[in-house]
Design a protein. Structure first.
Length: 158
């Protein structure tokens, strides 16, 4: 079994800015400060790009874990995909879509996450009962941080 969820966020900033900021290692670590997530191998600062790998170390549910992700697909400023190449999930694919908002006053960012928990069949229960909700909250937290940073950057300052 695998789970899928989507999160849609409207950001009042241009797609190019939202796309680039989404690939910032520093933005990611700042948005995940509660889990003490940090990049420990691969690209550990700056912007991720096509084919880049990063290994994250964090603490979730009181348990330390590591996950190495690959930017497996990249079409600036419309789309990129990160996929787990090593880590706690049987499968992790996170598609990031960016389109100009219908009013042309910002970006509609759509995150589509497909994942499968480890330790089948017990993982299936965890996936349904806990993980899907927990992971969606992490994406919402990350997106709120991204929205705040990019909207501030896009606002003209006198």
């Amino acid at each position: 079994m695998a789970s899928r969820f989507e999160v849609v966020t409207l950001i009042h900033a241009p797609p190019e800015l939202v796309f680039d900021t989404s690939l910032s290692v520093e933005l990611h670590t700042a948005s995940m400060a509660a889990s003490r997530e940090r990049a420990v191998a691969g690209v550990t600062s700056g912007l991720l790009g096509p084919g880049d790998r990063v290994t994250w170390r964090a603490r979730h549910f009181g348990v330390p874990w590591r996950m190495t992700s690959l930017i497996s697909d990249y079409d600036r400023p419309a789309y990129f995909m990160d996929e787990q190449v090593a880590g706690p999930f049987r499968r992790w694919r996170h598609a990031h879509h960016f389109v100009l908002a219908p009013d042309e006053e910002g970006t509609v960012m759509r995150d589509v996450v497909d994942f499968a928990a480890p330790a089948w069949p017990l993982g299936v229960a965890a996936e349904v009962l806990v993980l899907r909700r927990y992971l969606a909250r992490l994406i919402l937290l990350r997106n709120a941080h991204l929205k705040r940073i990019t909207e501030e950057a896009a606002t003209p300052h006198d």
